[in-house]
Design a protein around this ligand. Structure first.
Ligand code: SF4
Length: 362
């Protein structure tokens, strides 16, 4: 409670905003990028952009783990469900568009698709119904991958396997630095991912790219403080890695979670919706756990899916090149009730966050 008061304290927010004004450059644009759906929610919900000088822009990168699952991997899930396998997934995966169909549409057509709140729920279902085959759609960044790892290394029933779509955040951040016209001046790194991976994976950004990088928590004043810290570095032509979220993030990360991930997964190249193939950005189950890999177990593999539908600008929203309201479909053909693109589906998707906070965005 005391923490909430401190990190949601409007007086403190205004005093940080004043400090931001003093360090922000008086001329030229500064573009700060975050890669986290929860950061985008905090920024839009609390109207933090309205506290910033006009020449300081905060853009949202690929921070929604559901939005970046490529259509091909949704197609694989749909194929599994159409084979009579019980597909289990988190609620926000249900409506992510595949090339032809989402899991929700497959369910409406008769396939068995069940929403679960935890992987362990799906495992329990498989134990209770041994006559059926169960697959869990394992979507998420480094925050959720350890949970998949723990289950995969545990005592799983024979009728259970994973369709793994886990992705890693640092390679996506590095990609953004190669998008010439984005011209990012600093990164806000996601606090929850950092609680797992620690600080080391971000050293590359300061050392090689000279990019100010600040790990931030999720309360409004965490985000404002991280913006201040980045602007201070920009004003001093500095590029260091700082940890605003030190009350949660340790430099070494969560050693136990990292160890479990290492035992369960190997790192491989992966496709990202709206981005394409990124080296060393995806996780796959190790050979020793291949019996729990649904792609191998049931022989499903879709190489290429149709990621972007005609008129949808998700590929530009995902990398922060445009704002949701610059997509012609935003709140017209594409709404939270009837999403067209993946960014409108999940509560972490930038378009959905903006849709839910339209009044704040103006
Ligand atoms: S408004 Fe809809 S179609 Fe447009 S970018 Fe966002 S999710 Fe995609």
């Amino acid at each position: 409670m005391a923490q909430n008061l401190r990190f949601r304290n409007p007086e403190l927010a205004h005093s940080i905003a004043e400090k931001i004004k003093t360090v922000a450059p008086k001329k030229g644009q500064v573009k700060i990028c975050h890669v986290c759906g929860t950061h985008e929610w905090t920024i839009t919900h609390y109207g933090l952009r309205s506290l910033l000088p006009e020449n300081v822009e905060v853009i949202a990168g690929p921070g929604c783990p559901v939005c970046i699952v490529p259509a091909a991997e949704i197609d694989e899930a749909v194929q599994l469900a159409q084979k009579g396998i019980v597909m289990t997934c988190f609620g926000d995966v249900l409506r992510v568009p595949g090339s032809q169909s989402s899991l929700l549409e497959a369910k409406a057509a008769g396939a068995e698709v069940r929403i679960v709140y935890a992987v362990s729920d799906a495992v329990e279902m498989a134990k209770r119904e041994p006559e059926k085959e169960f697959v869990f759609s394992a979507v998420g960044f480094e925050t959720t991958a350890p949970i998949t790892a723990v289950e995969a290394l545990g005592d799983l029933p024979k009728n259970f396997s994973f369709l793994v779509s886990h992705r890693l955040i640092p390679p996506a951040m590095e990609l953004l630095l190669g998008v010439g016209d984005l011209q990012i001046d600093g990164f806000i790194a996601p606090g929850h991912v950092s609680a797992i991976i620690g600080l080391k994976p971000y050293e590359l950004f300061t050392r090689v790219y000279r990019m100010p990088t600040v790990v931030a928590g999720f309360e409004p004043n965490d985000v404002l403080m991280s913006i201040y810290m980045i602007l201070k570095q920009v004003s001093e032509s500095d590029a260091v890695l700082e940890n605003e979220y030190s009350r949660v993030v340790k430099p070494e990360g969560n050693v136990k979670a990292l160890e479990m991930m290492k035992r369960a997964f190997t790192v491989t190249a992966g496709n990202w919706r709206g981005i394409g193939r990124l080296p060393d950005s995806a996780l796959q189950l190790r050979e020793s756990l291949a019996r729990y890999d649904a792609r191998l177990k049931y022989g499903v593999h879709v190489e290429q899916g149709k990621d972007i539908l005609l008129g949808c600008e998700c590929h530009l929203v995902i990398i922060g090149k445009i704002k949701p309201k610059e997509c012609p479909m935003f709140m017209k053909a594409c709404t939270p009730a009837k999403p067209v693109g993946a960014c409108m589906v999940s509560s972490e998707g930038t378009c959905r966050v903006w849709a839910k906070n339209v009044a704040v965005q103006g």
